[in-house]
Design a protein around this ligand. Structure first.
Ligand code: CMC
Length: 438
């Protein structure tokens, strides 16, 4: 039905409706790298047809200059820089600046940026009351959704999305305050007093300080652990149009304020198919319990009638090893070494599971490789971070990606409210049935 051809000015694809014989030429759009896209934006107006693509497996929803993934090869780049290079040579503040501004900062720009983030780390004191409204056993992601959404009620001077300065202030506030909110959610859950941020610490150090210091004893921050935490933040910073980022873009497309949009992103991230997978991986490794039970779990993952999946395996885009998982695996060994943990039973199960799965026909055929969440939980657990906080850390790191993508969308002249269409399978019009006749 379709054939691609090149015209003098542009490439097009011709769509022919076999029932009417009518044809329509659709432009093919190309980016810098990666697959090209057929522009169907005029399709409905010209033909009365929609396209149908549940889960958006073949649909590009926007133009973007921020992040590129080649899932077949296993490549992830931010603004053209490979994630492995950024994880090795940059810190999280560099990566935040890069995602927000398009270039790595020079020394002066970096100092100014870090100062702005540091300046915004404290939370409005009255927001402390919000935490007290939650049950102590609330999942910290529930607290994050609520408190980040509540920021809209406290920072009125940065909710005008039409003002570029306010957009930037809101972006900095969100990046700066997320670790504070996350650590407060944790402190509340364990009944300890909130610990205020300290301006002389780096982003990752500050987070560890707010998590683990108590008024009677300062937490001694290990540089190896701070570097590992910083690297975890880098590896989760952005991942193009994933579910939570698309949620942020869709929420923002109605011109909702940035705090409300990021709260929507956090809600989407929570699910175990997305950011919740790091928590689910650890639960799964604990459930497996010993290496000899791995075959049983592999069998369950392959069974169509069993909803169980190997958590931390598979990805919508990566059909190769997730490049973030490789860095994470290396970091995992460094952290366990620093902490003097020679034999971690969960790591041993994880490594054995990975080996068996990578050799199994089912996983090979379906191209199911370990993803970023497979090893992160083991590192976080070794650092003393409770399992329920794993997805919260993902949210802290992903905030920069969300705000960068949100700002790119607002600044795109082509931006319109996101409003997908549907294929309706419900009743056609029918007569109303009064209550006594039902
Ligand atoms: N274990 C067993 N089978 C799997 C798995 C898995 N982890 N993942 C996919 N499959 C199978 C699935 O059953 C399907 O088989 P079939 O074609 O026979 O029906 C096939 O592989 C394709 O799976 P899909 O669900 O259609 O693929 P998707 O692109 O819609 O889903 C995914 C991607 C990440 C949701 C899925 O691989 C999954 O549920 N993985 C486990 C959860 C996880 O680790 N999520 C973290 C993703 S990375 C971080 C992030 O983005 O937040």
């Amino acid at each position: 039905m379709n054939d691609a051809k090149s015209t003098a000015n542009r490439d097009t694809v011709t769509l022919t409706d076999n029932s009417t014989g009518k044809s329509l030429e659709l432009p093919i759009l190309g980016g810098t790298v990666g697959p090209r896209a057929i522009d169907v934006s005029k399709l409905y107006a010209e033909t009365g047809y929609f396209t149908y693509d549940p889960g958006f497996t073949s649909t590009a929803s926007c133009d973007s200059n921020i992040t590129y993934i080649d899932g077949e090869v296993g490549v992830l780049m931010h603004r053209g820089y490979l994630i492995e290079d950024l994880a090795e040579n940059s810190d999280f503040m560099d990566v935040c600046y890069l995602l927000l501004h398009g270039e790595l900062p020079d020394a002066k720009e970096k100092t100014r940026f870090e100062k702005s983030i540091t300046y915004h780390t404290m939370l409005h004191e009255q927001m402390n009351n919000f935490f007290r409204g939650f049950r102590r056993d609330s999942h910290p992601m529930a607290v994050m959704v609520g408190v980040v959404g509540a920021m809209s009620a406290f920072y009125h001077d940065s909710t005008d999305i039409n003002d570029p300065h306010q957009r930037m202030v809101a972006s900095h506030r969100l990046i700066a305050k997320m670790p504070t909110i996350a650590a407060m959610a944790y402190k509340y859950s364990v009944g300890q007093p909130f610990v205020y941020p300290r301006n002389n610490l780096s982003y990752a150090e500050n987070f560890l300080h707010m998590m683990f210091s108590v008024p009677c004893e300062e937490y001694q921050i290990s540089p190896v652990l701070a570097r590992a935490m910083d690297r975890i933040f880098i590896l989760h910073a952005d991942h193009e149009q994933n579910a939570s980022t698309s949620t942020v873009r869709i929420a923002g497309s109605s011109n909702a304020n940035p705090f409300a949009c990021i709260a929507a992103g956090i809600a989407s991230l929570w699910g175990p198919a997305h950011g919740g997978a790091n928590e689910a991986v650890l639960q799964m490794l604990n459930e497996i319990g010993s290496k000899d039970r791995i075959p049983e779990f592999i069998k369950r993952a392959k069974d169509k009638d069993d909803p169980f999946r190997l958590m931390g395996f598979g990805h919508r885009v990566y059909k190769n090893y997730d490049p973030r998982a490789k860095v994470m695996q290396k970091s995992c060994h460094e952290v366990l070494g620093e902490l003097g943990i020679e034999h971690d039973p969960l790591l041993e199960i994880a490594m054995a599971l990975e080996k068996i799965a990578l050799e199994d026909d089912y996983f090979v055929e379906k191209k199911l490789f370990p993803n970023v969440d497979f090893y992160s939980g083991i590192i976080l657990k070794a650092m003393g971070i409770p399992t329920s906080m794993f997805t919260v850390l993902f949210a802290v790191a992903r905030t920069v990606g969300w705000v960068a993508q949100w700002r790119e969308m607002i600044e795109d002249p082509k931006q319109r409210i996101s409003r997908p269409r549907q294929l309706y399978h419900g009743y056609a019009q029918r007569d109303y049935v009064p209550l006594d006749k039902r």
